[in-house]
Design a protein around this ligand. Structure first.
Ligand SMILES: *[C@@H]1O[C@H](CO)[C@@H](O)[C@H](O)[C@H]1NC(C)=O
Ligand SMILES: *[C@@H]1O[C@H](CO)[C@@H](O)[C@H](O)[C@H]1NC(C)=O
Ligand SMILES: *[C@@H]1O[C@H](CO)[C@@H](O)[C@H](O)[C@H]1NC(C)=O
Ligand SMILES: *[C@@H]1O[C@H](CO)[C@@H](O)[C@H](O)[C@H]1NC(C)=O
Ligand SMILES: *[C@@H]1O[C@H](CO)[C@@H](O)[C@H](O)[C@H]1NC(C)=O
Ligand SMILES: *[C@@H]1O[C@H](CO)[C@@H](O)[C@H](O)[C@H]1NC(C)=O
Length: 501
């Protein structure tokens, strides 16, 4: 009854009673109210919620903040309420902690809003990082006395990754391709071919299309000459039935290297290939013509074969007569990589790049398992190192990226049964470093930002390339095999990291 009268008074009074609003500021230490003993304290909150919101005020980068909202309990203790304190703990790579205190500008005269609803407030602040678990706790002030368990409320909030409809506006996500819409269409062109169409991004010009059912059944690489937005078509050879399989498109952009956002689509039947006319019908119509048609087909096939043969001969004559002698033999390259690297997304891509764009012959542990088993890893490595013109340490510092499907742990694919020859190769490198032999063979290649791990810091003396940024320099390096790299001065400094092994 009293409540109704109060509400009525508030309504009639209009401008006289001001509705409380909040004023928030950071308060990382304990609230001053802690120091004072209170005989009466307000109750706890009724509800506490968190959602991410986009804010576009600072510069052009969209930042994501928490919208923390809370509802006050409609009971008599609300009259004692002065402020609400909210603290947020974030847990990802490192832990963060900060608090904010929101003072109510007026004392509460009523348990509910004059207009009828519960008292609700919200505060927008606390920047949201990607894939982070947050604990959000809130309590009312004045709080319970020291040594008393004060009422408080807590919720968890796990921020999503770059594919979320709000998080995608973070700068880091945009750079990794979150706003790129490849609009992938993929269809089964024939038993062993899948056609994949997609729109390229201005962020980069290299892509990998990979078809997988339970295992990888085909891959193709796309290299555009310009970074522009065009519709591209690529045919992926597949080793198995592809209808219903998944096509995964991996872009390689400058800022995210091999850890950019990947997109997926389903392989459908191509409209033209998959529509044979009902056979019964065509047979009845074609009936008498069939023998004639068959013989025509036979003649056509024969003509085609002759044509192909003649073209082939012509090409062969042309080839043998052209001066091939100016071509150097391909560069032999041994590629070693730490096991954490996702095989398909990085090693395959790099290997393909070496073979198709750098005229290199690649030696890879993965392809010589039997030999390694026979010779033993050390002997194998030593032999290959001797035979190779170049030994490339392929690194990626973003090792915690998801190694999804393609390098899956489930079906004994690439990652699992590979041996980690990297430490071994590094040891060989160190012994070469000590004896000052073969040092010109070693090259370091990064896909993401270069940041040699401390335990391999000795590699710092090797020429280092960041793909795809340094493509031209890297190719020059490969072709000038005999060029020696000056090492002398830095040798002393890196000796330590080698001798630890
Ligand atoms: C809230 O009130 C406390 C205590 O009166 C005061 O110390 C603090 O500065 C106030 N905060 C804001 C943001 O007004
Ligand atoms: C924050 O959340 C509250 C409660 O859900 C809502 O009323 C308010 O509009 C939200 N603010 C923004 C900027 O989204
Ligand atoms: C928050 O998460 C932690 C750890 O995952 C869990 O122990 C706790 O019960 C969760 N709290 C709430 C309110 O969901
Ligand atoms: C995606 O591609 C298809 C086929 O090229 C086209 O019809 C469709 O409009 C495209 N959608 C968008 C959103 O660009
Ligand atoms: C892909 O593009 C080619 C040429 O633009 C077109 O003929 C074909 O129908 C497209 N295929 C799919 C699956 O969209
Ligand atoms: C996926 O591969 C399995 C085994 O090779 C096969 O039985 C299955 O039909 C394939 N699924 C699709 C959707 O092609």
């Amino acid at each position: 009854m009293l409540l109704v009268m109060l509400s009525l008074a508030a309504l009639c009074g209009g401008a006289v009673t001001l509705e409380p609003t909040i004023q928030c500021g950071s308060e990382s230490g304990p609230s001053p109210e802690w120091m004072v003993r209170h005989t009466l304290t307000p109750g706890d909150l009724r509800d506490l919620r968190v959602e991410p919101v986009k804010s576009s005020d600072v510069m052009e980068d969209y930042s994501i903040f928490m919208n923390i909202s809370w509802i006050l309990r409609a009971d008599a203790s609300i009259r004692l309420l002065k402020a609400t304190k909210i603290c947020v703990t974030g847990k990802s790579n490192f832990q963060s902690y900060s608090c904010v205190r929101c003072n109510y500008t007026e004392a509460f005269q009523t348990q509910t809003r004059p207009s009828g609803g519960k008292w609700t407030f919200f505060y927008i602040g606390f920047p949201v990082e990607l894939n982070t678990l947050y604990f959000i706790g809130a309590h009312n002030i004045p709080n319970a006395n020291m040594n008393e368990d004060g009422p408080s409320m807590a919720v968890n909030f796990t921020s999503p990754g770059c594919l979320d409809h709000i998080m995608k506006y973070k700068k880091k996500c945009i750079e990794a391709g979150s706003l790129w819409d490849p609009n992938i269409t993929a269809c089964r062109k024939s038993e062993n071919m899948v056609e994949v169409n997609f729109t390229t991004s201005p962020l980069g010009n290299r892509y990998m299309a990979l078809i997988q059912n339970t295992t990888v059944i085909g891959t193709s690489y796309v290299l555009k000459h310009q970074n522009e937005q065009t519709r591209t078509s690529v045919v992926v050879p597949v080793t198995r039935e592809s209808e219903g399989a998944v096509v995964q498109l991996t872009p390689y952009f400058h800022t995210c290297g091999n850890d950019c956002i990947r997109r997926k689509a389903i392989v459908t039947l191509c409209p033209q290939a998959g529509v044979p006319y009902p056979r019964d019908h065509s047979r009845s119509v074609l009936g008498g013509w069939l023998p004639l048609l068959l013989s025509a087909l036979l003649v056509a096939t024969w003509l085609l074969a002759v044509g192909i043969y003649l073209t082939w001969r012509h090409e062969r004559i042309k080839k043998t007569s052209s001066p091939t002698s100016t071509l150097l033999p391909p560069t032999k390259v041994l590629v070693v990589y730490p096991l954490e690297i996702c095989f398909h997304h990085t090693v395959c891509y790099f290997t393909e790049f070496l073979q198709n764009h750098c005229r290199s012959e690649v030696i890879l542990e993965k392809w010589q398992k039997k030999k390694i088993a026979e010779m033993g890893p050390v002997q194998w490595l030593t032999t290959q190192k001797k035979a190779a013109d170049r030994v490339i340490f392929l690194l990626s510092n973003d090792v915690n990226t998801m190694c999804d499907g393609t390098c899956g742990k489930s079906e004994g694919s690439a990652c699992e049964n590979s041996q980690d020859l990297f430490p071994l190769a590094f040891t060989l490198f160190c012994s070469d470093l000590r004896s000052q032999t073969h040092l010109h063979k070693y090259v370091v290649v990064y896909f993401s930002e270069a940041d040699t791990r401390d335990d391999y810091s000795a590699l710092g003396i090797c020429p280092t390339y960041h793909l795809m940024k340094d493509v031209t320099a890297f190719r020059k390096e490969l072709f000038h095999i005999k060029q020696h790299v000056p090492v002398g001065r830095r040798l002393q400094a890196c000796h330590n990291s080698c001798s630890f092994l």
